[in-house]
Design a protein around this ligand. Structure first.
Ligand code: AHN
Ligand code: ZN
Length: 332
């Protein structure tokens, strides 16, 4: 009796499974006739957090240090496993105080054969001095740059991983700019006039990794990891690429992040996107944490202080920014 019962159960299971399969197959062939809906990947916040942690674990990625060299190898090696082609652009630039800096811009290209493309970027170097620290003793201490630097790169590495798993329609270049954060310290007498911030993006804008490089637009991520971060519409972004700002902010609102992407204008920030817009003339926006309430008037509270470390990083904020940008890429 037991034997027959078992056989009966097996037959029943086979029938149910078989039946389901048939329904699935029928359903699939019907939907295949209609236009294939785009499937937007799910941005993994644990993975993004891990990519931030890996960079910070090298120590401050200050140009000329071992941490900087080691992190460059980590970034190009990681991109190599994900992208179709990786370019490492080596260059020198003069800092505000005359120091000659060795820089590396690291670029991962997905579907490089496509003419229809966009680029996503962030800076990977960290600031050599905590010149905004409330304690003056820290003003010459290099910062971890967990938020200012590593957060944008961490989000982009997770986006790169997602793009390596399922292809969007558009070609994508992911660019990690060097030497963004070597601008003159707050209390320096050596400032003078000059474009001392964003040296890596200035170099790339004049010497693209491919001669005659073209993309429809670019998106820069800067300081995208602090808890409860808000993103105001940055001045240069609205000036050079108002349509793109609206598209990205609307996407964020559609997927539930209206409390973070505010339709309010923020200040004009001298960041990598400014030079891409001015020199290369590709419309590029900056998604950057800006906040009217912050202690320094616009950036996050621990900006250019020794407290810009892993403790400031919120997985939720990484997710909000990462999912928004990933959605924009896959809807393109
Ligand atoms: C200025 O404050 C002039 N530029 C800020 C750009 C920046 C620094 N982004 C991150 N660190
Ligand atoms: Zn900075």
């Amino acid at each position: 009796m037991k034997f027959f019962l078992n056989v009966f159960m097996i037959i029943t299971v086979v029938l149910i499974v078989g039946c389901n399969d048939g329904q699935k197959a029928k359903h699939k062939s019907a939907s295949e006739k209609a236009e294939k809906p785009i499937k937007i990947p799910d941005f993994n916040k644990d993975s993004a957090y891990h990519f931030v942690q890996m960079q910070v674990d090298f120590g401050p990625r200050v140009p000329g240090t071992k941490a900087h060299t080691d992190c460059a190898k980590y970034l190009s090696g990681t991109l190599n496993r994900m992208a179709d082609t990786v370019f490492v652009q080596t260059f020198q630039a003069r800092a505000y105080d005359g120091t000659v800096l060795n820089g590396k811009n690291i670029i991962g290209s997905f579907q490089p054969e496509k003419a229809d493309r966009i680029f996503l970027c962030a800076h990977w170097d960290s600031r050599p001095f905590a010149d905004h620290d409330p304690d003056i003793k820290n003003h010459n201490t290099p910062i971890d740059g967990a938020n200012d630097g590593a957060s944008g790169v961490g989000v982009l590495l997770e986006i790169a991983r997602q793009i390596s798993l399922s292809k969007p329609k558009v070609g994508v270049d992911i660019i990690f700019f060097d030497l963004e954060d070597y601008g003159p310290p707050q209390d320096s007498q050596q400032k003078g006039e000059g474009d001392w911030w964003a040296l890596g993006s200035q170099y790339w804008s004049r010497n693209t990794h491919i001669p005659g490089y073209f993309a429809k637009y670019g998106i820069l991520l800067d300081m995208v990891g602090a808890e409860n971060a808000t993103f105001l519409m940055e001045g240069f972004s609205l000036y050079y690429a108002p349509g793109l700002v609206k598209k990205v902010w609307n996407t964020a609102h559609q997927i539930g992040y209206s409390s973070r992407f505010l339709f309010e204008q923020g200040g004009y920030i001298e960041d990598d996107h400014k030079y891409v817009n001015e020199i290369l003339k590709i419309p590029t926006i900056n998604i950057i944490h800006l906040d009217h309430q912050s202690v320094n008037g616009s950036f996050f509270d621990h900006w250019h202080t020794v407290r810009d470390n892993m403790e400031t990083i919120s997985q939720e904020t990484l997710k909000i920014v990462g999912q928004t940008v990933l959605t924009v890429v896959f809807e393109e």
